[in-house]
Ligand binder design. Structure first.
Ligand code: FE2
Length: 470
């Protein structure tokens, strides 16, 4: 409905074109619907014996290694991993690239049960007081079975610090998921950490939410997530809420396996939190937790937005799972109730970009807002708004549910570009005012940059950066 109503504001000249019946104009007015012809094969999960799921050799070898930011500014890292045979050690040995001084951080180990599944020993260890802009090696495991990885601590938070994020959503563990991750790794634009938009393993697609598929997913992403932080957002496939088999604690596997630094942003739940990284302030919201007035998430976000200092972090980015502006028939308007509650805050705060997943296709919006409606004025339509974020839907990681290739027609005016293909995105923040964004459609080995634009910072340089509107 949102998209159709928008046409009420089109100039008379355009209405005449519609009446004249030119299909080309009808479809292109809202932006571009890509005509790319893709392989129609179904996305199939990789079998359990696939090499990407291989368990490291050696007794009790650490597996499913992944890291994420461990504090407010990036001076800490949370390292997580699983051992299968026994608890082993939760200690991480680490050292900086130019030092032989070995340091130790002690973590904790736990297990969980889900229906008839019992997890391996899940370790989480936070390393604090790291040096900015420094490469560290870290070693997990004990005895004859140790594994060594590395990460690079980001630069100190500041207004003109260049930094590159990768963006991936709804990944799953199919052959297409593997292509997405491989394309991200092979991209000449080198992402320094991943903003992940929810729906991780899709284990809930298996009988009784077979949690072995959470393990395989952890092994699958290790090749990236052990070396650069993945910043986690949760999606509906991470809920694992299944009262029919006695599982009534939402997000149980996710919360046991993926820790985030929610307390450092004064959040009360790991499902919504924020971090600062380089020149970006990143707010992570939960589409599947209460967000109405007076809820903890609502109250937290109100306070949170007031804390953002654009002189320190010029780029304000929000991650969520269910998109607000989506013209795909799949999940159409599912984000609407959250949009109604939070959109005015985003516009007031001049959020630069909102990334969402959920819809298994790609779409980028114009800068629009839909916040003036007050019941009696009839203005229940999006309008171009230079204080509004660009909304990017990128739930096209390649999971087992396949592509959402049915868009609403005509393409609404708020939609700048859309295409039902798998892929990933990169965001290269150059300085306080400019960032280059690109969406990379999957290829077999390399991806293709199918959509891109220069984004101008909403606080420091709020100029029109639309690709379709002068
Ligand atoms: Fe989803």
């Amino acid at each position: 409905m949102l998209g159709m109503r928008f046409y009420g504001h089109f100039p008379l000249a355009f209405l005449w074109i519609l009446i004249a019946g030119s299909e080309t104009f009808l479809l292109s007015k809202g932006g571009i619907t890509s005509t790319f012809i893709r392989n129609e094969e179904k996305s199939l999960d990789m079998p359990l014996e696939s090499d990407v799921f291989r368990v490291s050799s050696g007794y009790n070898a650490p597996q499913q290694v992944h890291i994420t930011q461990g504090d407010r500014t990036g001076k800490a890292v949370i390292v997580s991993w699983v051992t299968e045979d026994e608890p082993g050690s939760s200690t991480v040995v680490y050292w900086s690239e130019d030092s032989s001084n070995k340091l130790e951080a002690r973590g904790k180990v736990s297990t969980y049960k889900y229906y008839n599944y019992t997890s391996g020993y899940i370790h989480h260890c936070t390393i604090h007081n790291l040096e900015f802009n420094t490469k560290y090696y870290y070693k997990l495991g004990i005895g004859n079975t140790t594994r060594t990885f590395w990460f690079i601590v980001p630069p100190k938070v500041g207004p003109n610090v260049p930094y590159t994020f990768g963006i991936i959503g709804d990944l799953g563990q199919t052959y297409d998921s593997n292509r997405t991750l491989g394309n991200y790794e092979m991209n000449p634009v080198k992402g320094q950490s991943v903003l992940f938009l929810g729906d991780l393993s899709y284990a809930d697609e298996y009988p009784f939410h077979d949690n072995l598929r959470w393990d395989t997913w952890g092994r699958f992403i290790e090749r990236s997530a052990a070396y650069q932080p993945w910043i986690w957002t949760t999606g509906n496939h991470d809920l694992d809420y299944a009262p029919e088999i006695g599982e009534t604690k939402p997000f149980k596997p996710f919360l046991n396996r993926y820790h985030v630094p929610f307390k450092s942003s004064k959040s009360t739940k790991p499902l919504w939190y924020s971090i600062k990284r380089a020149s970006a302030y990143i707010i992570i919201l939960s589409s599947y937790s209460a967000y109405g007035r007076s809820t903890p998430q609502y109250k937290w976000l109100r306070k949170e937005l007031r804390k953002v200092n654009r002189s320190e972090t010029p780029w304000l980015i929000v991650l969520m799972h269910a998109p607000w502006y989506n013209s795909n028939i799949a999940h159409y308007m599912e984000g609407e109730t959250m949009r109604v509650v939070f959109e005015p805050f985003f516009v007031q705060s001049k959020v630069d970009i909102v990334f969402a997943g959920h819809v298994h296709a790609y779409e980028r919006s114009e800068r629009v807002s839909n916040i003036v409606y007050n019941i009696v004025n009839g203005k229940c339509t999006p309008v171009y708004d230079q204080s509004a974020p660009v909304y990017i839907t990128i739930g096209d990681g390649g999971n087992v549910q396949g592509l959402a290739d049915n868009f609403t027609e005509p393409q609404p005016a708020y939609s700048a570009f859309r295409e039902a293909s798998f892929g990933h995105a990169t965001l290269e923040i150059m300085n306080q005012t400019h960032a280059f964004y690109a969406w990379h459609r999957n290829g077999d080995i390399y991806s293709f940059q199918a959509d891109s634009l220069w984004l101008y910072n909403r606080y420091w340089y709020p100029m029109n950066d639309s690709t379709t509107i002068n």
